[in-house]
Design a protein around this ligand. Sequence first.
Ligand SMILES: [Zn+2]
Length: 66
Amino acid sequence: MFENQYNEEMEAEVRRLEGKKRAAEAGHPEWDNACAGCGCRLDIGVELCEGCGGEVIAGIGTLHIT
Ligand SMILES: [Zn+2]
């Protein structure tokens, strides 16, 4: 059980770092996350915006900045 929680925290950290990396690659290092498809701004925890086929995670959702 402890191990599961540890893994979840590690995965959350990896997602956070990947999001930061995508944001930097999209030209917005000040963002926490960006869509891997179009580079729009996203909340942490998602990889793709809805327009790129991403899933909206309950409680997180996506953030569209136009
Ligand atoms: Zn997108």
